[in-house]
Design a protein around this ligand. Structure first.
Ligand code: 5GP
Ligand code: ZN
Length: 132
């Protein structure tokens, strides 16, 4: 079920052209406010807010689109690495209440010290070798 007030449901309904990939249960589009060049969102078509509400076939289709999106980004932007992340709940930073997976291409030197990757959601906790 889609909702009229949901930005992602509206983008899917209107088939806007920043949708770059799709399969039975999911679609992928470039993030409107990218944190890095090529930042893509993988979005299940069904309107649910949490990753944990997804059915297995939706998770499988999301995974398949992650793989396709990586191929697309490898070809187009040649990133040096990736982060994959899902924000679940406002405490975790979620702002759009329609589940989505961030695929974030990473480039050499894009931050001063990338050690720890997603651990850096807590400032200064990324590089655990410095905490020990
Ligand atoms: P969240 O904070 O919920 O994990 O991520 C929401 C994401 O949706 C953000 O990265 C934000 O840039 C992206 N976003 C918000 N509104 C739009 C929009 O209208 N179009 C696109 N393409 N991305 C959006
Ligand atoms: Zn929605």
């Amino acid at each position: 079920m889609s909702t009229n007030s949901c930005i992602f449901c509206n983008i899917l309904r209107e088939k806007r052209d920043n949708i770059v990939l799709s399969n039975k249960h999911c679609f992928a589009m470039f993030d409107g406010y990218p944190v890095s060049k090529g930042h893509i969102l993988i979005i299940p078509k069904r309107h649910v807010s949490s990753f944990f509400q997804l059915e297995l076939d939706e998770v499988v289709d999301a995974y398949l689109l992650l793989q396709e999106a990586k191929k697309l980004l490898d070809k187009k932007f040649k990133p040096a690495g990736y982060n994959i992340g899902v924000n679940i709940g406002s405490a975790a930073g979620q702002t759009v209440w329609h589940v989505h997976i961030h695929l974030i291409p990473r480039y050499k030197g894009d931050v001063e010290n990338p050690t720890g990757g997603i651990r850096n959601i807590f400032p200064d906790k990324g590089d655990y070798t410095k905490i020990l």
